[in-house]
Every structure is written in C-alpha cells, then in structure tokens.
Design a protein around this ligand. Structure first.
Ligand code: ARG
Ligand code: ZN
Length: 861
C-alpha cells in the first residue's frame, strides 16, 4: 500500500464551467518584506471585503509557506492550514487580515514565487506563484492596490524594486536599508513583482504622446550593462508603436525591466517591473545572433504591450489566458513585421505555428484556444493558447480590415479597462466596434484540431471554372465530433499563359463544402490559396508540380510564393520517401529562379530556398519514418547543392562579410550567406569546410560564427573538432553563448549525436537547475528527429531520465519536455512501444509533480 507521503498527488481537475466569482475581494494590500536569501519574512496586511451574501470563511491559497502568525483586526485568530489552503473564519463583512510567513528563496528551485538567481532575489508569480510568497486569493479576478516595503542588506541588495512608483527609501540598522513602492493601478496578484540585487541600469526616458515623461531602466549585473542597448531601443520603439497603432499610452512614471539568468519562460509582464530571462535582453554583435536580436525586440515588445492587453484589462480566470496571450502575440507579430520585413516575419511565424502548434493540435495534448479543463495551469502556456490564439485575432483583423479592427480594439480597451475580462468580451467588442457578426467564429475558441481544407479547381463546360472547397476538423481528446469552422481564405487565380492575376478575393468558407464559380478567363487559371496564411489550416490542393513551379516563380504574394516552393519540395520529398525515383529537377529549377530574381530580398530568398524541416515532412506521413525523411531531405539538399554550385558560390560571395549592422538588409545577407554555405557543404564541395573555417575565423558577429560552426558540426570535416574547441574556449564564461555550444551539437545531423549528447549531459558546464542550459541540450536533442528517434530507444530513455531528474527541481520545466514522447501514435509499432514505455516509467515514478503527471497521463490515453 502507498503511504500518504508517496501517493501520487491526487490530481484535481479544474473546469471552466465551474467558475464562480470570488467570495472575498481584497481592495488593498500592504506587503512588508524582510529580505534574505536564506530566509525572507513576509508580513502581509489585507483589507478584505465580503463579495455578495454568503457565510463562507476567507480561504487563502498558501503553498509551501511557514506560517508565523495570523491576526484579524489585530487579534490572533483560529485559522487552519491544510492542503495549500489557509482558512480564516470571518464574521464581519470586511476585516483587516494580517499574516506573517517565512520563505527560503535560496532553496526555491521551482523558480516560482520568490527565488534567488545569480545572487539576485526575484519573483515570478504567473500563474500561481503569489501563493508561494504570501497567503492570498490567488486568482486573476481579485484586483488589489499594492503597497510594498522591502528591507534588505545594503551591500548584497543595493537595488530594491517593485511595481508602480518608488515612494520612499532610507537606512535601517545593521547595514540594512529599505524602499517603498506604490502601484496605483489595482491588479491581480500574478502581476506582483519584487527584485532585490546588486544591479546597474541602462537608463533612458520616453515622452508619451500626451507629454508625460517616463523613466526607463533596464537592470542587469554590471558586466552585462553594455549588452542592453538593443533592448532599450526596442522598448522605446514599442512604446511609440502602441501609441501609433493602438492609441495606447503608458500609464506610470517608471518602467523597469530586470534580466535574470534563471527563468522558466521568456519573460513576465509584471506591472511596471517586467522580469526577463536574460536571453531576451542581452545582446551584442559578438554574442547574439540575428535571431536573438529579433527575439529580444519581439519579447520586449510583447511584455510591454501586455500593459494594456493583460494588465489594464486582465483575465477573469485562467481559461481566458489567450485573451491576453493570443492578442499580445498578434500585437508583437505586427510590431516586428512593421520594424523589418513583413513577408519574412510572416514566414517565420507560420513556421513556428507548424512546428509547435499543429503537432500539439493533432496529438494527445490538443486543447481548444480557450481550454475547458486543466490539472496544472502552467501546462497551458502552450503554442495553442499563444500562437493559434494570435491566428484567431489575425483572422478577425483580416475579415475586418485594419480600420474596423481598430474600432473593435478601441471599444474593447474602453469598455473593459480596469476589469478582469473573458475571450467572449473581446469577441463581443469586435462585433460591436467592428460591425461584424462573429457568431460562427466563436467555434475557433472552443474547438480544438487543425481544420483540413481540400481545394480543387476544375473546368466546368467550355467557359467556366469551379473552385470546390471542403473542410473537415479531425477529432481531438474529448471532442470526437466537430462542426465546420468559418475559414477566411485569401485566394487568387493566375493565368497559366499570360501570367497575369485573373481574380483575387477573400472567401469566407464556413460550411462543410462550398463552390465558387468563375466565368471564362480564356486560359487555364492556377490557384493561389491561403495567401498570407490567412487561416491556420492545412490546405490540400490538386495543383500539379508545374502549377507549384509557376507560383514559386510568379505569385505576387510573398508568403504564397514561399509556400508554393515549400509545397513543391514537400511533394518531391514525400514521393521520394514513398519509393518513387526522386525527380529533383523541378525543385532545382525553382531554387535557381528564386536565386536569380533580382527583385527579391535576400532574407526572403534564404527562407524560400530551404527545404521544409524533417519534422514537417514527417507530419505529412501516415507513419513517420525519421531515417527515410533524413535520407530524402539530405539527398535533395545535396542535389540542389551540386546542381547550383556556381550559384551558391556567387550568392556566398555577393553576401559576404560587410561590417556588422543589425538591419533588415544586413540580416538578410547573413542569412543567405550561411544558407549558401550549407548548400556548398551539402554538395560536398572540397573547399566548403575551409570556407566554413574561414567564415568562423573572420566573423565579426555571432550569426556568421554560429552559422559556420553549425555547418561544420554536422559534417565529417576534421575541422569541426577545432571549431568546437575554439568556440568553447572563447565563450566558456558567457552562459548564453555556451547554450549555443550545447545546442549546435544536439542538433547535428551526424550519426554519433546520441553519444555526443549523453557525454554532454555529464559535462561540467551542464546543469539541470538552469532552464536555458537544460533546454539548450535536452530540448534541442528532442527536436533532432533522426537522433531522438533512434531505433534503439536510447533517445527516449535519455529524455525520460532527464524529465524525472528535472521534475525533482523544477516541475514546470520538466513538464515542457514531455510532448516529444507523447507523439508515439505517429510512429511504427517498435518505436511507439519504446516511447510508451518511457512514458509509463515516468508515470510510475514516486513523487511525480502534478505538472508532469498531467502531461504524461494525458499522453498515454
Ligand atoms: N505572461 C508571460 C508572457 O507570456 C508568461 C508567463 C508564463 N509563466 C508561467 N508560469 N506559465 O509573457
Ligand atoms: Zn505574454
């Protein structure tokens, strides 16, 4: 028999339909922190008010707290503390409740609540970390005004930050000092933040459009100060952009950002005090790639935009998470598109969606954008809630047009400012403000699964063409039957002979099937569909290789043009995998034309000439065969490399080392240059490794250096050893760059990756306690299709070991490693059995967190 201690945590499922307003509101809180890494004492004074007519006690969430005392209106009270709930009997309709608790930040390895990172004390409260700091009704519909006082040792923690505006500071006894902050905006407790540490700031300011000056600070440890300029530039650009595009102005006198090295996610939008994973702040040419620079601008913008879409209007409950996340991702995508190449940004966003969200939507963890239930809410910070959620907002934008969309968001911000709202509130504001009926569109929030659209364009009689559309939405867990979804499809027709655009329109397709009749064109039309990826669906068409080649050279919608080339490559790979004699010629010709088109931006060319990822190819197979996918894709790469060797050499030198400049043009050139290098390597050009070594040695930026290193590490060239060693020696002191060193090895296409990864897991620089480092090796390895799915099952066993080891320290981070194993139904019986047994071993382990329990048990059903 299991004793209570070893029993798996009884998993309680929380359901959306069970939502009830809070029993007690907390209009005010005063928090007093006596800070220390070993022990922090938190005195919390709540003004509570009974909400509605009831006689229920005050029940506060309280996790892993040492309760020192509880009083009500100054008198001790007979409270109980059981199962993470502190229950306080209250007779009156309002009261002052004071709790005193102790925390141990240094041993908090979960990185939720108050913890220590590199000597800095910092907090992370979303979704449910505040209960690990002080007893509180930890739910987003309780909005409270915060006053925070912190006292700490002045030498160790000279800087004391919290939300809102600083209102006082001074000395205390024994080398300690204090500071007070006041946030005038009522907020849910997940937006509380505190930081104490030895930090320096990059300071700047921004004048809002109504003329208020905002003091900006990006706080880091002293040696990192020189790497904060890019983030500051992005912050100011975001503040301006949100005024221009959404009419949203910042609302406090101070906006601070702090970068810490140990962080579960990307960053956190705490009111006036964003806390960031340092990888989304720190950058300079020597240590950060263009992708890193772009990621920083995007995440800085994302967190800043949350000030309105998340903070001023928050979520009523966690099922509404996409209300803030989907909308804010859409906003950051628009911002990045406006700052650089919109076409390339759209390609990157769709690639992300297909890499992370489509598989999620097709697997055991599929859930609607607005989920119906959860065991652990941290498991629902998913690609579906974020990226598919953003696609839903984008579809509304597409259907409404920019102006009416803005009328909708104006109404939303105006109507719900200061409230905790729902996805339904957002949709209603769009309907009323934008003037559109979205009754059918709501299905996108409640139905999981990626719709599949079939499109066939056929001649009907002499004169007419008919486009036949049909759709189906595959079943997903808990949703066996699906209704057809309203799908906005941007389409165009091009004349096969003339090459001119014959028709262009937005089709709203909302039934199981639909026909559109076109009158005579005098030539055969070629279909361009889901242009700009106007809907997050899979489209299957009856277009021939020749049609795709035509669009690849001529479509005037950059995304559709890219898509045609991708489809051409995908079809070629799938038929090679199916065993037909591979005909690489059409792909080679399409790549040749793309490379030769002087009108195209190099950044676009670099995306368009790359074959789809192994994972994406596998997603189109009935049963994934990772070896066949790898072989077919490498063969195609090598054929493209060999056939166009002269062109790759030309592209390589045309885009070679000018002085580093972070600009859309500079980025595009660097990207195309490394793509060309990889094709020369794939071609087996004798001088390619030397070219890579020279690029490695002469690079004045990390993009070129890492690009060269990755090309070598996937090759047999003996130079790869020297390059890896040189990289390690140069960057061993820089954790964010050392992460790249682990990642390039984990992503290598060499056959000995598994050995290398197992050895790296024992490297002195590897640690399970830093989420970035852990993901840089383990997360990257699990994405390496051929290596992770090694037929021996060693990859699965390795991942299961890592999940179990990390779970003891940090359940959230462990749970995020589960999905690759959950894909077992997609593989052959031998692999599926090994993946399943890895999952079974995990779920049978004693002391599992509810985070990992939820993901693994759902993956086994
Ligand atoms: N709200 C943050 C963001 O999207 C993410 C916080 C995730 N935290 C968590 N525990 N799931 O910017
Ligand atoms: Zn967010």
């Amino acid at each position: 028999m299991l004793d209570a201690q070893n029993a798996p945590a009884a998993p309680i499922t929380i359901r959306r339909e069970d939502y009830r307003p809070p029993d007690w509101q907390v209009p005010e809180i005063a928090l007093d922190f006596d800070l220390g890494a070993e022990r922090t004492r938190v005195r919390s004074t709540l003004e509570v008010r009974r909400n509605g007519v009831h006689d229920r006690p005050l029940v506060l969430d309280a996790e892993a707290l040492i309760i020192v005392g509880v009083t009500v209106d100054g008198s001790p009270v007979d409270y109980s503390y059981e199962g993470d709930l502190l229950t306080v009997p209250l007779a009156a309709a309002s009261a002052t409740v004071e709790t005193v608790v102790d925390l141990a930040p240094r041993t908090n390895t979960q990185l939720m609540g108050l913890y220590e990172s590199g000597g800095i004390l910092c907090s992370q409260c979303e979704a449910q970390g505040f209960r690990r700091i002080t007893p509180f009704p930890d739910r987003p519909d309780v909005l409270t005004r915060y006053r925070v006082r912190m006292t700490a040792d002045r030498a160790d923690y000279p800087i004391l930050l919290s939300n809102g505006d600083p209102v006082g500071s001074g000395e205390s006894e024994d080398g300690r000092h204090w500071a007070e902050w006041n946030d005038p905006f009522p907020k849910p407790c997940y937006l509380f933040a505190l930081v104490a540490g030895d930090l320096v700031a990059n300071r700047d300011s921004f004048v809002t459009r109504s003329g208020r000056k905002v003091d900006l600070g990006i706080w880091v440890r002293e040696p990192d100060l020189a790497k904060t300029d890019h983030a500051m530039t992005a912050l100011k650009a975001s503040m301006k952009w949100d005024e221009d595009v959404y009419g949203r102005e910042y609302d406090l006198a101070v906006f601070n950002i702090v970068a810490v090295s140990d962080f579960n996610f990307g960053a956190m939008e705490n009111k006036g005090l964003n806390v960031f994973n340092s990888r989304y702040i720190l950058a300079d040419a020597d240590t950060a790639t263009d992708t890193d620079f772009d990621g920083i601008a995007g995440v800085v913008a994302h967190e800043y935009f949350h000030n309105w879409s998340g903070n001023r209007i928050t979520c009523r409950d966690w099922f509404q998470l996409s209300l803030k996340e989907g909308f804010t991702v859409f906003r950051d995508q628009q911002f990045s598109a406006d700052m650089g190449s919109a076409a390339v940004k759209r390609i990157e966003d769709v690639r992300m969606l297909r890499a992370a969200q489509f598989p999620e939507d097709a697997g055991p963890l599929a859930h609607p954008v607005r989920p119906e239930s959860y065991i652990e809410i941290s498991n629902f910070y998913t690609a579906t809630v974020y990226s598919k959620g953003a696609e839903l907002i984008r579809m509304m934008h597409t259907m409404l047009g920019a102006e009416r969309f803005r009328a909708g968001t104006d109404l939303y911000f105006d109507r719900h400012d200061g409230e905790a709202a729902t996805c339904e509130d957002f949709v209603r504001a769009m309907e009323e403000g934008g003037g559109i009926d979205l009754s059918g569109f709501r299905l996108w929030y409640s139905q999981a699964g990626t719709p599949r659209v079939r499109a066939a364009l056929a001649r009907s009689g002499e004169e007419r063409f008919i486009l036949q559309l049909s759709q189906d939405v595959p079943p997903s867990p808990g949703q066996p039957e699906k209704q057809p979804m309203p799908i906005p499809l941007k389409i165009a027709l091009f004349g096969e002979k003339s090459g001119t655009k014959l028709d262009e329109r937005l089709v709203l397709f909302d039934g199981p099937a639909h026909e559109i009749v076109f009158d005579a064109f005098g030539e055969r039309p070629i279909l361009s569909i889901n242009r700009d990826f106007s809907a997050p669906v899979v489209v299957e068409t009856d277009r021939t290789i020749a049609d795709l080649a035509f669009l690849s050279a001529r479509d005037d919608n950059p995304f559709a043009r890219y898509e045609a080339t991708q489809q051409l490559m995908l079809d070629t790979l799938l038929s090679a995998i199916a065993g037909s004699e591979a005909d690489h010629a059409p792909v080679i010709e399409a790549v040749r034309e793309t490379l030769a088109d002087p009108a195209l931006d190099p950044a676009f060319v670099a995306e368009a000439v790359l074959p789809p990822s192994e994972a994406f190819v596998g997603d189109h197979m009935a049963i994934v065969d990772p070896e066949a996918v790898r072989a077919a894709r490498e063969e195609l790469r090598s054929a493209i490399g060999r056939a166009l060797e002269a062109q790759w050499r030309a592209a390589y030198s045309a885009n070679s080392a000018n002085r580093f400049e972070y600009s859309p043009a500079g980025k595009g050139q660097r990207r195309l240059r490394t793509v060309a290098l990889n094709y020369l390597m794939a071609a087996g050009a004798a001088d390619a490794p030397a070219l890579a070594m020279r690029q490695y040695g002469e690079a004045d930026n990390m993009t070129d250096r890492q690009g060269a290193l990755a090309a070598l590490v996937s090759s047999d060239a003996p130079e790869r050893h020297g390059a890896l060693a040189a990289f390690y020696d140069r960057y061993r002191g820089d954790p964010l760059v050392l992460d790249k060193w682990f990642t390039v090895q984990a992503l290598s296409t060499r056959d000995d990756v598994l050995d290398a990864v197992e050895a790296l897991a024992s490297h002195p620089d590897f640690t399970l306690s830093n989420p970035n480092r852990m993901r840089s090796l383990v997360g990257a390895f699990a994405a390496n299709q051929r290596a992770f799915h090694d037929p021996s099952g060693r990859g699965y066993a390795f991942l299961a070991d890592m999940i179990l080891a990390v779970d003891r320290l940090n359940p959230q981070t462990a749970a995020r490693l589960v999905p690759p194993l959950g894909r077992w139904r997609r593989f052959d019986p031998a692999r599926a059995a090994r993946m399943k047994s890895a999952l079974e071993r995990i779920v049978a382990s004693p002391g599992l967190s509810k985070d990992v329990f939820e993901q693994v048990s759902k993956s086994l059903i």
